[in-house]
Design a protein around this ligand. Structure first.
Ligand SMILES: Cc1cc2nc3c(=O)[nH]c(=O)nc-3n(C[C@H](O)[C@H](O)[C@H](O)COP(=O)(O)OP(=O)(O)OC[C@H]3O[C@@H](n4cnc5c(N)ncnc54)[C@H](O)[C@@H]3O)c2cc1C
Length: 157
C-alpha cells in the first residue's frame, strides 16, 4: 500500500488500524478481505529517495538500486535491476580483453538512456496527486516508454 507522504504520520501512529481502514474503504477489497486478520508485523518506510550514482570506476560497477533508485510506485525496480545486470555483464565480457573502462563507461551511458526517462516520468506519478484521467494518461505514456526502452535496439548504442 502506498499513500501521500502527508498521510505518513497518521499511518505511523497506528499502522494496523490505518492499514485495515484504508483497505476496507475500497469496496472491492473489503469484500475480498472478509474476516481476514493481519498475520505479520507491518513494515513501512518514507525513505524512498530518487538518486543516480556514477555507474562505475576503476575496479567497481553498480547495478540495480545501488546505482539508481526511484519511488517503487510503477513497480519497475526489479526489471531495471535485471536490465542493469544484463548490460553490465555484456560490458565486462566486451571489455575483458580490451578496454574495460571504455566498456563500463558505455554501460553507464546505456543505463542512463533507459533509466533517466523512466525515473523522470515516475517522479510525476509518485506524487500521488494527479486527477484520475491525468494519471491514466501518465501510466499509458509510462508503459509506452517501458516498451520502447526494453527494445534492445534502443540501448545498443
Ligand atoms: C515497498 C517497495 C515495493 C516495491 N515494489 C516493487 C514491485 O512491485 N516491483 C518491482 O519491480 N520493484 C519493486 N520495488 C523495487 C525493487 O524491490 C528494487 O528495485 C529491487 O529489489 C532492486 O534490486 P537490487 O538487486 O538492485 O537490490 P536489492 O534487491 O536491494 O538487493 C541487494 C542485496 O544486497 C545485499 N547487500 C547490501 N549490502 C551488502 C553488502 N555489503 N554485502 C553483501 N550483501 C549486501 C542486500 O541485503 C540485498 O539482499 C519495491 C521497493 C519497495 C521499497
Amino acid at each position: 500500500m502506498q499513500g501521500p507522504r502527508s498521510q505518513y504520520p497518521t499511518f505511523r501512529s497506528d499502522p494496523g488500524t490505518a492499514y485495515v481502514s484504508e483497505l476496507r474503504s475500497r469496496p472491492a477489497l473489503a469484500a475480498l478481505l472478509g474476516r481476514a486478520v493481519i498475520a505479520e508485523q507491518l513494515r513501512g518506510t518514507a525513505a524512498l529517495p530518487t538518486f543516480f550514482r556514477i555507474s562505475s570506476g576503476p575496479g567497481w560497477a553498480l547495478a540495480g538500486d545501488a546505482g539508481h533508485h526511484k519511488d517503487p510506485v510503477i513497480a519497475r525496480g526489479i526489471a531495471d535491476a535485471f536490465r542493469d545486470a544484463d548490460l553490465l555483464a555484456s560490458a565486462v565480457i566486451d571489455g575483458w580483453h580490451g578496454d574495460l573502462e571504455v566498456a563500463l563507461a558505455r554501460y553507464g551511458h546505456q543505463r542512463d538512456r533507459c533509466a533517466i526517462p523512466l525515473s523522470d516520468a515516475n517522479l510525476g506519478i509518485a506524487r500521488l496527486d494527479m486527477p484520475t484521467g491525468k494519471l491514466g494518461t501518465a501510466l499509458t505514456q509510462m508503459t509506452a516508454l517501458e516498451h520502447a526502452l526494453d527494445d534492445p535496439a534502443a540501448i545498443s548504442h
